[in-house]
Ligand binder design. Sequence first.
Ligand SMILES: Cc1cc2nc3c(=O)[nH]c(=O)nc-3n(C[C@H](O)[C@H](O)[C@H](O)COP(=O)(O)OP(=O)(O)OC[C@H]3O[C@@H](n4cnc5c(N)ncnc54)[C@H](O)[C@@H]3O)c2cc1C
Length: 477
Amino acid sequence: MKIVKGTRLIQSEYPDLLKDESSLSGGNCQLAAWPENLSEAASFIKECAEDRVPLTISGARTGITGGAVPMGGAVVSSGLMQGIKKTREPHIITVGAGETLDSIQEFCQREKSEFFYPPDPTETTASIGGAIATDASGSGSYLYGSTRKWINRIVMVLPSGKQLNISRGAHFFKNGVLNHPVLGSLTLPSLTRSQPAKNAAGLYIRPDMDLIDLFIGSEGKLGLVAEADLILQKRPHAITSFAVFCSEKQFWELRTDLMNTKLRVRELEVLAEPCLSFLQENTGQTFTETGDWVLVASIEASSEEELDTILETLDVLLEGRGVSPDNTWGGFDSAQRKKLKEFRHLVPETVNRIISTLSLDNHRIHKVSTDTAVKPEDLLKYYTVMRKILKDSGVQYIVFGHSGQGHLHANLIPVNTGELERAMKAVELIAAEAVGFGGTVSAEHGTGKLKAPLLKLMYSEQELNEMNLLVQSISSC
Ligand SMILES: Cc1cc2nc3c(=O)[nH]c(=O)nc-3n(C[C@H](O)[C@H](O)[C@H](O)COP(=O)(O)OP(=O)(O)OC[C@H]3O[C@@H](n4cnc5c(N)ncnc54)[C@H](O)[C@@H]3O)c2cc1C
């Protein structure tokens, strides 16, 4: 196993290990290891536990909350824990934690062409271990849910270095309590309000839940996800994907129309105003279409007849809302889907690029963004409040995200320390509003280091203490 010791050496030779996509600065560690398999990972983690060295787990470091950025101690990277294997079950594959989402889709395409892995976070260079640790979601989560639903088994290395194989369906909590042969007696925190449906803030808690769900989304606090069995889904007959350039009013109307259809809508996304002008200014991309807002959606068809129905329905909906065909992009082939995906991806990527450049001059500057979500039916009211807070901050911003799931990302671009403080205040206010609507402070990115302070908006001190007790209890196993 590759092990590197020395704070300076790691800083000079492995600078990427000390940062992720959040631009959080100050990352450092004195020890780093790249295990290639489960037993190497277990022995390194055991040594760290015995020597009481704080450990940070690092995946592909595409996270935007600083969770993989070490602040001292040691780092264990899953980067070399590779391998994708078929199993006896045609719809299940086994993957090493370091495999990327890209490599998993490529494997499916090559070896299991009738299947695909549904969770589709925009950043496909993320590792599957990181995606499981954050319970990542993507645009297709509108139809398919988050990563959690597609994990059938995980192999964990607990913080003590012990290995634990957890299969879905094997162990359940009953009224918040579980007695497990390795983990002992576990008690879930009793929450005063149940967690929102789409949520990545805090441990996942449901009184009668499956044990595996406690580990999924635990952001490295309960150990390293070393390996996982993923559930695959049969590919649909066809997918139609389209972007509609429109006014704000048309967007909200079309969103409601699509949410109310019986069609198999897979994704229902939005690039809100001022995303288009932001892209024009910062990427040189020009748009001949009119409208400040873009609705991006895709719909699955199980047959040619259903495809015809989808196209007819879309024609009626667009005409009914006064959208000209000249203001739409769309198609059925993978090239068209790729174009739409790249278009959507360009927005956060451009923000990240600008922030990285700004942080070279002022190392305190980092990405300031929201990952808040509310019930889909509350989104319009919530967005109105969110926009006012963003405008009042006086900091440049854009808003985009998963409109079908009530989940919008505001990205703020502070250019100096004063703006940074105002941007962070705006994020806190928006998060508090989301909680007021019964929503979450983080729906898919997790809270990591940067967003951890927001947890207190969502949970009482006692609830957070009970979560910590549960983490400590598992850490001492
Ligand atoms: C442009 C862009 C777009 C993005 N779009 C999305 C999106 O659509 N949806 C979404 O959900 N996220 C998105 N993200 C965020 C990020 O890609 C996800 O959070 C991803 O799941 C992180 O995976 P990673 O391997 O990079 O993890 P890292 O960043 O390395 O780590 C993230 C967290 O998981 C822990 N961790 C990592 N690996 C393991 C492991 N094997 N075992 C236990 N804990 C581990 C780390 O300690 C850390 O707390 C985006 C990021 C960028 C930069």
